[in-house]
Design a protein around this ligand. Structure first.
Ligand code: SF4
Ligand code: SF4
Length: 317
């Protein structure tokens, strides 16, 4: 149910929420409406029919385009950009080491961001009687990048990721849906990629065309999302590049990431053998894998999946 703001000035409430979200580590915060993303409906249906449904069977168009399905009565979405880049995280910098996407290096971001947005929700509930909210961090069916554009945080680059202006793209998005009407921010007006095509040219498996990513050709899909056998050209790219979990190539070459906002050290984590030792010296075995990935975003990758990826990269079984 939508909550009327009898005692509150909505502008003051919005400013307070923004300030509290910033204090919790979200360097950019915007407010968007929870109206359906009608313009995305056809595009998503086409994409799901063209193979997306095979790779991501848990996704459905109505859930994705209608935020109110996640929280009945949701009117406003607070969207935050939480940077995670750190100066010393360079995948593959140690000779012989595997390359793991930067976002997997520290503690599991789901836990960190959900905890912080949950704290914000509790503060808001204490201030506004009857308010309801829902925290969404990656796992709920929500078009978070489109919501971030709608909230004015940035644009979806030609690699399809959210670029938060000078903040770059090394960041997680967190969304807090609220059953209250707040003044909205203006959507980000247009992309600022210009004539650049660096990400398209750098993608090792040809998964990108302008503003479109083909997940069936993306290395991340086969190292993190599905245990399916990748197509030959993707397997070849895995072997050639050594990406063992995710892939950062399209972001590494993006000019908007030249001077990133360094992330909150809470997301950096301690040194892990996964990044610090050559692949040949990594401990083997399921128990060791579980120990190495405990409390990280890699925890959801099964050991047999990890071994299959290593076999593709190294040529050893
Ligand atoms: S993550 Fe890697 S494989 Fe996927 S689109 Fe970006 S560069 Fe290409
Ligand atoms: S590399 Fe260039 S084209 Fe790709 S997202 Fe960045 S600015 Fe846009």
């Amino acid at each position: 149910m939508v909550v009327p703001l009898a005692q509150e000035d909505p502008f003051e409430l919005k400013a307070w929420l923004r300030a509290e979200a910033r204090a919790l580590g979200f360097v950019r915060v915007g407010f968007a409406s929870c109206e359906p993303f009608e313009s995305e409906r056809t595009r998503l249906e086409t994409w799901l029919a063209a193979g997306g449904r095979d790779l991501f069977p848990y996704l459905g168009t109505p859930d994705l385009v209608e935020p109110e399905r996640l929280l009945p009565g949701a009117r406003t979405a607070l969207v935050g950009f939480f940077p995670y880049a750190r100066p010393d995280a360079v995948p593959g910098a140690v000779p012989g080491s595997l390359k793991l996407s930067r976002y997997t290096w520290g503690p599991d971001y789901h836990m960190v961001l959900k905890g912080r947005l949950g704290r914000l929700l509790r503060m808001a509930e204490a201030r506004i009687p009857g308010l309801q909210g829902r925290v969404c961090v990656d796992t709920a069916p929500l078009l978070e990048r489109q919501m971030a554009v709608r909230a004015g945080l940035g644009w979806q680059g030609k690699h399809t990721l959210l670029i938060a202006g000078k903040g770059g793209s090394w960041g997680f998005l967190g969304v807090l849906l609220l059953t209250v009407d707040l003044p909205l921010d203006a959507p980000f007006p247009a992309d600022r990629c210009g004539a650049c095509t660096a990400c398209l040219e750098a993608c090792p498996s040809g998964a990108l065309s302008p503003f479109h990513l083909d997940p069936s050709r993306c290395l991340t899909t086969y190292t993190l999302e599905t245990e399916r056998e990748p197509p030959v050209e993707v397997a070849r790219a895995l072997r050639a590049t050594g990406w063992a979990a995710g892939c950062d190539r399209c972001q590494e070459v993006c000019p908007w990431n030249r001077e990133p906002v360094w992330g909150d050290p809470v997301l950096w984590g301690g040194p892990s053998a996964l990044h610090a030792v050559p692949e040949a010296e990594l401990p083997r075995g399921t128990a060791q894998w579980q120990k190495l990935t405990r409390r990280t975003a890699l925890r959801r990758v099964r050991h047999r999946h990890w071994r299959a990826t290593l076999a593709r990269i190294t040529g050893r079984s």
